[in-house]
Design a protein around this ligand. Structure first.
Ligand SMILES: C[S@@+](CC[C@H](N)C(=O)[O-])C[C@H]1O[C@@H](n2cnc3c(N)ncnc32)[C@H](O)[C@@H]1O
Length: 205
C-alpha cells in the first residue's frame, strides 16, 4: 500500500479510533508487560512512531518514559494533541524520522508496521537503528502469522487497508539485520476481541 492510502484511511478513522481504543490497555495485561519491560530498560528520549491518537505514548509517559509521538496521519496527530495536551506529537514517516543520528534512547512501533510488507521492514528498522544511540532500545508490536488481510471496514468507517500478519522469526531477522540485537520476545494467542495472535520484540542497538 502506498503511504497516501494509509494516511487517508487513518485520517478518516482518527476520532473513532481513539474513542474505541483509548482505554484498551486496561484489559490487556500482557501488552502492559511488554510496555513496562521496555520502560524499565530504556533511558533517554523515546519516539513512538505511528503513534496514532497517542494512547501508547501517554501510557509510556505514565511509566516515567520521556516519550513523544510521530504519525503519518495529520488527523491522528491532531486527535493526539487534543487528547494529551501535555505531550508532544508531530506528523512524520517512520522511514524518515526527523531526528539526528544516535539521538534517541528508544523507538517504539506499536502496531505501526502492520501495513508494511515484510520486504520493507529492513529499511524501517535500519532507520530506527540510525536514530538510536548505541545501547538504545526498540520495541516492536505486531500481529503475527503469515497473511495479508484486506480491510474494507474498520472503526465504523468504510475504507481500504491491507493488514500484514508477520512471522515472528522473520521480523526478528529483519531487526537483527538492521543492527538491533534481539533481547526479548513475547507472543500470545488472540483474545476475545482479536482475530489473531500478537507478538512483541525488544531489540537493542
Ligand atoms: C494500528 S495504528 C496504531 C496506532 C498506535 N500506535 C496505537 O496503538 O494506538 C497504526 C498507525 O501507524 C501509522 N502509520 C502507518 N504507517 C506509517 C508510516 N510509514 N509512518 C508513520 N506512521 C505510520 C498510521 O497512520 C496509524 O496511526
Amino acid at each position: 500500500m502506498r503511504l497516501n492510502d494509509i494516511r487517508a484511511a487513518y485520517d478518516l478513522v482518527a476520532e473513532d479510533y481513539l474513542a474505541i481504543l483509548r482505554h484498551e490497555l486496561v484489559a490487556k495485561p500482557f501488552d502492559r508487560i511488554a510496555l513496562s519491560a521496555f520502560a524499565e530498560v530504556v533511558s533517554g528520549p523515546v519516539v513512538e512512531v505511528g503513534c496514532g491518537p497517542g494512547r501508547i505514548t501517554a501510557h509510556l509517559h505514565s511509566l516515567g518514559v520521556d516519550a513523544r509521538g510521530e504519525d503519518l496521519s495529520p488527523a491522528m496527530v491532531a486527535v493526539a494533541r487534543r487528547a494529551y495536551p501535555d505531550l508532544r506529537f508531530d506528523v512524520g514517516a517512520m522511514t524518515a524520522l526527523d531526528v539526528a543520528d544516535g539521538s534517541l534512547g528508544g523507538v517504539v512501533s506499536w502496531y505501526s508496521i502492520v501495513h508494511t510488507p515484510l520486504a520493507e521492514l529492513p529499511a524501517v528498522f535500519t532507520e530506527f537503528a540510525r536514530a538510536l544511540t548505541p545501547g538504545g532500545h526498540a520495541l516492536i508490536a505486531f500481529k503475527t502469522g503469515d497473511a495479508v488481510h484486506h480491510l474494507t471496514r474498520a472503526y465504523g468507517h468504510d475504507l481500504s487497508l491491507d493488514v500484514h500478519w508477520h512471522p515472528v522469526d522473520a521480523v526478528a531477522t529483519a531487526m537483527t539485520t538492521a543492527g538491533l540485537t534481539e533481547l526479548a520476545r513475547l507472543t500470545r494467542p488472540a483474545d476475545e476481541q482479536e482475530k489473531g495472535p500478537q507478538a512483541w520484540l525488544i531489540g537493542r542497538r
